[in-house]
Design a binder for this molecule. Structure first.
Ligand SMILES: [Zn+2]
Length: 303
């Protein structure tokens, strides 16, 4: 519950780019170290970063821990980007570089981002070995499925398809499972990279924003699932469905039904596993719901 309260504290941070001119680089000033409510967030959170920009750059791109973060016009002359802090990003201060590409020039801005540690629940389980260790055939299958997912994650659409605010994909009970670490028979597993929402079998699952159904699957662990590509390196995923209602390549709108809640794959009961990747960062999907993005904003050029 404490974590929920922390999520509500996700802040909109307006960066005063003009205050930190490019000649200060590469070492950013000490006072940007994320104290006093400046650019800072916990592991798994999403920061809405706003940057006032001079003139009309062709593109504005951020780089944070080797992850590329596209920026786009919010309301001129301000640009906006979603900075995802991966659930395993090391706590401490990391640099966010923002490159402004003009037709005949380039400017570089630098900010410090303080990543704070999140405390995730740890679950110790002792299970019979045959319940834990996969047989050879399953191992091969799981590996192939992981490769398929990696290939999809690597080919996300470079234009922005999402706009406005985000919505919860199903009405249900949030279990607080994001980031949970399971230690099975003394062996730590990968942290749980999504949120589980308890909901009745057959309940509608809807798209959290506009996008394209990049991949529909029936996988060993995740069961029947949908990977939505919202563009700009933002993907959402919906697992353990009983039914998938979209096909690969379908365009979807926010709120459109993409499947139904189920318990397919490795699931103990009906629930939705809802995950989000933001430019490679595994973030808590609920942190996106807390961002103050206005409905219908930012405007979509060309639409
Ligand atoms: Zn899950």
């Amino acid at each position: 519950m404490k974590r929920r309260a922390d999520l509500i504290a996700v802040m909109v941070i307006v960066l005063m780019a003009s205050v930190f001119p490019v000649h200060l680089l590469p070492s950013a000033p000490q006072e940007m170290r994320g104290t006093d409510g400046q650019l800072s967030g916990k592991q798994g959170q999403v920061l809405l970063v706003k940057v006032p920009v001079d003139g009309q750059p062709k593109s504005v791109t951020g780089l944070f821990l080797k992850r590329r973060i596209p920026f786009f016009v919010d309301s001129a002359p301000q640009y906006m980007g979603l900075l995802g802090i991966d659930l395993e990003d090391a706590p401490g201060t990391h640099e966010l570089i923002i490159d402004l590409h003009y037709p005949n020039a380039r400017r570089r801005l630098s900010y410090n981002v303080l990543v704070m540690k999140e405390t995730y629940p740890v679950q110790h389980l002792t299970l019979p070995r045959d319940k834990v260790d996969l047989d050879e055939e399953s191992l091969v299958r799981v590996k192939a499925e992981q490769d398929q997912v990696q290939a999809v994650l690597a080919t996300a659409t470079q234009e922005r398809l999402w706009h406005g605010g985000f919505i919860e994909p199903v009405q249900g009970t949030m279990t607080g499972a994001f980031g949970r670490v399971r230690i099975i028979n003394g062996q730590p597993r990968s942290p749980h990279n999504g949120e589980d929402i308890g909901a009745p079998l057959g309940a509608d699952v809807v798209a959290m924003n506009d996008g394209v159904a990049r991949l529909t699957v029936d996988h060993f662990f995740s069961g029947k699932g949908v990977f939505l590509d919202h563009g700009f390196g933002f993907l959402s995923m919906y697992f353990h469905l009983s039914e998938v209602a979209v096909r690969d390549g379908d365009s979807v709108k926010r709120g459109q039904v993409i499947g139904k809640v189920g318990a397919s794959g490795r699931a103990t009961g009906p629930h939705l596993h809802w995950g989000v990747r933001l430019n490679g960062a595994r973030v808590d999907p609920y942190s996106l719901l807390k961002l103050s993005l206005r409905e219908g904003e930012p405007s979509d050029p060309g639409r």
